[in-house]
Design a protein around this ligand. Structure first.
Ligand SMILES: [Zn+2]
Length: 256
């Protein structure tokens, strides 16, 4: 089963043609969509998407690049929403130290508090990790959560193995489609198959064939084909294995 484990379907980029975008993805064989939130302000939108579509599930979380606009009370809102029991994960959360001006202290504060909420509610986490792999691993070793996904993974093999040892899967998508992404392609080719899930991160990270355009969930089928080519497997085998892995992370996907 093809599952897009990371898609921002609520994004404004899809306001004009969301239904058509989803119809195209379903026609391409994408059977489930995991929609993470990025801030309290979009919790209602992602929850409404999953309430009205049987093939969509949602996660609630505060993204590291949104902590600047967040208030401490937002963590209380998050806790209340998680207590309602409908979110399949805490996410999108994490650390992003890409820009020297990024506020590490505030990001770490929100990340740690959200890991504690995931532990408390027994939920996996959807991780945004940029220039912060070792920092993320440090916190995950201290605050044990029931696994999750390191989305758009771009680290070393050693770091990948550390995530896997902590019960995490690694998300691969648009970056894998570039010939020049040698490290990511080599990881996608050689990591244990049960460690890999597919994602688009649409509308972000357009693949090689859509540069300057919009990433769309229908692209997931071609991502599966790219991964199949890298691993010498059939697209059907890739869909089956990555779908099984995604359901292991988010058990609600298997039932929906
Ligand atoms: Zn994202």
């Amino acid at each position: 089963m093809l599952i897009d484990t990371h898609i921002h379907l609520d994004a404004a980029e899809f306001d004009g043609d969301r239904d058509a975008v989803m119809a195209a993805a379903r026609a391409a064989g994408v059977a489930r969509f995991v929609v993470p939130a990025v801030e309290v302000a979009n919790f209602d939108r992602v929850a409404a998407l999953s309430a009205t579509h049987a093939d969509i599930v949602h996660a609630f979380g505060i993204h590291p690049l949104y902590v600047g606009g967040a208030r401490k009370e937002d963590l209380d809102v998050l806790q209340e929403r998680l207590a309602q029991g409908r979110a399949v994960a805490v996410g999108e959360i994490g650390l992003d130290f890409f820009g020297p001006e990024f506020d590490r202290i505030t990001q770490e504060l929100y990340f740690v508090e959200q890991l504690k909420l995931a532990r408390r509610f027994g939920l996996p986490v959807v991780l945004h990790v940029r220039r912060a792999v070792d920092d993320i691993l440090k916190h995950l070793r201290r605050i044990e959560v029931p696994g999750g996904i390191a989305h758009a993974f771009n680290g070393s093999r050693q770091q990948a193995d550390a995530f896997i040892a902590l019960g995490f899967r690694l998300g691969f998508g648009g970056a894998m489609t570039f010939e020049g992404s040698r490290r990511i392609r080599s990881l996608a080719a050689t990591l244990p198959m049960d460690a890999i899930v597919l994602e688009t991160d649409a509308p972000d990270i357009p693949p090689a064939w859509a540069q300057g355009g919009r990433n769309e969930p229908a692209d997931l089928r071609r991502f599966a084909e790219v991964l199949a080519g890298l691993r010498g497997a059939s697209p059907a085998e890739i869909a089956e294995a990555t779908g099984r892995n995604a359901c292991a992370v988010f058990p609600a996907l298997a039932s929906g």
